[in-house]
Design a protein around this ligand. Structure first.
Ligand code: C2O
Ligand code: CU
Ligand code: CU
Length: 427
């Protein structure tokens, strides 16, 4: 680190790591030999300058999910790094970009496989004035591991390709059921990443006091008390968690049952324990400021567009579609203008949940249609992923502040790979 820049090297390569205690090492693909990859932490105004080397047998890219950075640094499928080759990624973090992001591969046709083999890491941007800087932090990266009978990471089955891949093990920071200590009355700040390929995680901490304090693109305006939180694939949340251990209530972090309209596999119908929490000693509860940040609502849009998700099960070559089309790298689906406010209506006419994601910026969800009527979003937040259940619609607003092609897609990686992706060309 020097002169406000973080310099480093990142490589993607095969590695064997013993992940589950008592089991032999598993062959992963990893960034700098660790699963998840190295956590990158910078402050607003700082620059990242990274040398990247691809030691995989496939082309890859490094995509900086959620960050407002130039399109040619964002690891688009259009900019592959071939096996044995490398490139530099360099970008600065603008003021206002404090939040919890992540990085993962995005090469055309190989994204899902590279992520499920272990390639993903987190990226935190710190704000200059952080109202929660006094809270101890815990970072939880949730990912999915599916092993075959031979103990190796299994390839995607036909069911995985339809429903999106789920594994036998939901990992937290690369470990199965790890343990975390939380004092009685202690308040901690948790950042949680849903880095699974396809799970919609309805997270809950039944015993504890939980406030939502942030979303993908940083803090929300005011803490909101929550009983559970639906975190779709790709999304992040920041929580203020206070340890309250009560007899009869499980102390850990669980994913509650959630049905996402899967076509092949069974739905998650039981609470899934993710993390054990051990009661630490009693602590004074740190304060939680009543107001965290100001978010100005984006003004009236100058452009409105529609994005329709659909499934065509009769066409095995193109099962997952956006506006009736399958992804084509050489086609620009929309042309936008730098600095223009756009409003998109994302309409899910399919049978499964499809989490919508857009590159290069954060958006504000303004309204949701639950199938009966439109409802205003109850609070302002910056997001880059929003889950859209079947027969529902979401309206969101954003601005792209830099030119270049920006991907939008379903963040169930198998769906993205099967064509549920498009490109917005910003000029
Ligand atoms: Cu996290 Cu285009 O992806
Ligand atoms: Cu992204
Ligand atoms: Cu999808």
């Amino acid at each position: 680190r020097k002169d406000g820049a973080l310099q480093g090297c990142l490589s993607a390569a095969a590695v064997s790591l013993p992940l589950l205690p008592g089991t032999p090492a598993t062959a992963f693909w990893a960034y700098n030999d660790s699963v998840p990859g190295p956590a990158i932490e910078l402050s607003e105004g700082e620059t990242l300058a990274l040398r990247f080397d691809n030691r995989l047998p496939q082309p890859t890219t490094v995509h900086w999910h959620g960050l407002p950075i130039p399109a040619d640094q964002d690891g688009n499928p259009h900019d592959p790094v071939l096996p044995g080759q490398g490139r530099d990624y360099r970008f600065s973090l603008p003021t206002g970009s404090a939040g919890s992001y992540w990085y993962h591969p995005h090469p055309h046709g190989h994204t899902a496989e590279q992520v499920y083999r272990g390639l993903a890491g987190v990226f935190v941007v710190r704000g200059r004035d952080d109202p929660l800087a006094h809270l101890p932090e815990r970072w939880l990266v949730l990912s999915d591991l599916k092993l075959g009978e031979d103990g190796k990471i299994a390839a995607n089955s036909d069911a995985d390709k339809m429903d999106g891949r789920e594994g036998q093990f939901v990992l937290v920071n690369g470990a199965w059921h790890p343990r975390l200590e939380l004092g009685r009355g202690e308040r901690q700040r948790w950042r949680i990443w849903n880095a699974t390929s396809a799970r919609v995680l309805k997270l809950a901490l039944p015993a504890h006091e939980v406030w939502l304090v942030g979303t993908d693109g940083g803090l929300i305006e005011k803490p909101r008390r929550v009983e559970s939180l639906v975190l779709p694939p790709g999304a992040r949340a920041e929580l203020a968690v206070t340890g309250r251990f009560a007899a009869g209530k499980p102390a850990g972090l669980v994913a509650l049952p959630y049905a996402r309209g899967k076509m092949m596999g069974p739905e998650q119908d039981k609470a899934l324990p993710l993390l054990d929490i051990e009661a630490g000693s009693a602590a004074v509860t740190a304060s939680l400021p009543a107001s965290l940040r100001r978010i100005d609502p984006l003004p009236k849009p100058s452009v409105t567009r529609r994005v329709v998700f659909s499934e065509d099960m009769a066409n095995s070559a193109a099962m997952f579609l956006i506006n009736g089309k399958t992804f084509d790298m050489d086609r620009m689906d929309f042309t936008g203008k730098v600095g223009a406010v756009e409003e998109w209506e994302v309409d899910n006419r399919a049978d499964m949940d499809h989490p919508f994601h857009l590159h290069g910026t954060q958006f504000q969800v303004t309204e949701r249609h639950d199938g009966k009527g439109w409802r205003r979003e109850p609070y302002l937040a910056w997001r880059d992923v929003v889950n859209v259940p079947p027969a529902q619609k979401v309206r969101l607003r954003f601005r792209q502040d830099m030119p270049g092609p920006r991907m939008f897609h379903c963040h169930i990686l198998e769906h993205e790979e099967a064509g549920m992706m498009g490109t917005l060309d910003v000029r």
